[in-house]
Write a protein that binds this ligand. Structure first.
Ligand code: NAP
Length: 303
């Protein structure tokens, strides 16, 4: 299937282009970006022009930041194309509901991707937890924003979500693996005094689950989820890539596919089945943290 990629920036070049190139399902037939291009691929700066020039392109994959994503997604759906959304799927919940309704009304596929759910050990963790009782859990998601988002001012703008940009990856795993849903009961958000989005957040959920997100961690980075159950401790480390049971690495239950190839394989399957996959559970928790969170101002942040 022919595909167009919109928003040729960091994640498009790091992950999407290699995953598409290596896939038997996809051909990258056009790009849309004001500055970015991919060598050898027809490039446009406006999505409307790309859509009218390429009626043969069935699928549009959006790698823009969340705020500009809705208008591009709507234009693609209105032009009868299937749409794949980077995470988080939008800047607000309502706009993603609107896209979902638009796709359903036209019989098109909408895939709100959560790349961390495709990490190697997530499916194994989910199946291990399926018939266990969860007593408590801890998420520790601490990374260095200067290392992973150098100069990306949008992450601290309204709708950029701040530390929830990586934190929502942890929540996408949590909502995938827990045998029963939880909801947020309290949150503390730390906003740099000169910014519109938090740099750190601590969240409490029902089920004695706590989360600690921090974007100021230098040195070793931490992406851990630890769950205590009636059958002992389980942990997912390295962003869902390593499963530990009772403190020992579990062998042999890991996915062989990398995250982005797995997302594109799933998108191909959804299009062939005429299905959509839009799970907003991770984003509901983030919205609830902004609704319920106690805010404190911390020192200014500059890249
Ligand atoms: P990025 O490089 O800052 O942005 C991607 C591209 O979108 C930019 O190069 C820019 O291309 C275009 N763009 C930026 N702001 C725009 C605006 N206001 N209006 C229209 N176009 C705009 O961001 P990214 O890191 O690739 O992240 C994009 C999405 O992928 C985010 O939702 C992020 O959460 C997700 N993601 C990122 C990573 C990562 O490691 N960076 C990992 C997983 C997922 P032009 O200037 O050429 O138009």
């Amino acid at each position: 299937m022919k595909l167009a990629l919109v928003g040729i920036g960091k994640i498009a070049l790091d992950q999407h282009v290699p995953a598409i190139s290596a896939s038997p399902d996809w051909e990258l037939a056009a790009t849309v970006s004001r500055h970015g291009t991919v060598e050898g691929v027809p490039a446009y700066t406006r999505i409307e022009e790309m859509l009218s020039s390429h009626p043969e392109i069935e699928v549009v994959s959006l790698c823009l930041p969340p705020v500009p994503r809705f208008l591009a997604a709507r234009a693609a759906l209105e032009a009868g194309r299937h749409v794949m959304l980077e995470k988080p799927p939008g800047a607000t919940l309502a706009e993603v509901h609107a896209l979902e309704a638009m796709a359903a009304a036209r019989g098109l596929t909408l895939f709100a991707t959560w790349h961390s759910r495709m990490a190697h050990a997530v499916a194994a963790a989910k199946s291990w937890l399926a018939d266990r009782k969860v007593h408590s859990g801890r998420i520790i998601w601490r990374e260095d924003v200067r290392k992973w988002h150098p100069g990306q001012e949008w992450v601290f703008e309204p709708g950029g979500m701040g530390v929830f940009d990586p934190g929502i990856n942890a929540l996408s795993i949590l909502t995938e693996i827990l045998p029963a849903p939880v909801h947020l009961t309290a949150a503390e958000l730390e906003f740099p005094a000169n910014r519109q989005a938090p740099i750190a957040a601590r969240l409490s959920f029902t089920g004695s689950i706590e989360a600690d997100f921090d974007w100021r961690q230098e040195g070793p980075q931490t992406w851990d989820i630890e769950i205590d159950t009636d059958a002992g401790a389980m942990a997912l480390r390295l962003g869902g890539n390593v499963l530990e049971i009772g403190g020992t690495k579990a062998e042999g239950a890991e996915s062989i596919m990398e995250e982005y190839p797995a997302l594109y394989a799933r998108m191909a399957g959804l299009v062939r089945q005429g299905a959509s996959d839009v799970d907003l559970a991770p984003m509901v928790h983030v919205a609830d943290a902004f609704l319920l969170g106690r805010r404190t101002a911390v020192e200014d942040f500059e890249f």
